[in-house]
Design a binder for this molecule. Sequence first.
Ligand SMILES: *Cc1c(COP(=O)(O)O)cnc(C)c1O
Length: 217
Amino acid sequence: MSLAAIQSRLTAACAAHGRAPASVQLIAVSKVQPLDRVVAVLEQGHRLFGENYVQEATGKWPDLRSRFCAVQVHMIGPLQTNKAKLAVDLFDAIHTVDRPSLAEKLAKLAQTRGTSPQLFIQVNTGAEPQKAGILPGDTDAFVTQCRSMDLPLHGLMCIPPEGEDPAPHFAMLAQMATRNGLSGLSMGMSSDFEAAIAHGATHIRVGSAIFGARDYG
Ligand SMILES: *Cc1c(COP(=O)(O)O)cnc(C)c1O
């Protein structure tokens, strides 16, 4: 796969579901990828990237931002509260607001700075014990809680359980977003982004299908 191949699949999936291609943002997930692969995608003109680790992103993106204009980087990995300040300095969006203590910290930072990255609440749609995220049954209340802190919310994010049909999870997330008046839907990865587009994804997070397999070694 390559960036161009993914872009054409994105366009085809949008056409199949009567959506404008511009209504879906392609986040190229560059975590753990060698720098030359990331630079190659930047040189092809792509400007929206996703990272999972604050430390890795800090070492990579300030320099790349100075070399390429209008780059946007989204945080899509778990965020420790003690790294929240670094994260709001570095990222244009955070997709992983998953607990009240983090929401409170981000609300305080938003207040002192007068601005905030775009925020998504991560929902643990499969209620998996090992996975981060607000449980589906708690999500409406958590949205209300965030709003009572004046925390600006953009949308919801999910990672469906591995090995399950993701479609019901995407449908559930879309319903919860609509019910709560949230327009952003961050869902869909390399293996299932077309299904996510069918269910209304506004942000798809695609890594290995663009860059190749990640080598954690
Ligand atoms: C790594 C990661 C992705 C990208 O996964 P691929 O299967 O490589 O597309 C998407 N979302 C999250 C939250 C991730 O951690």
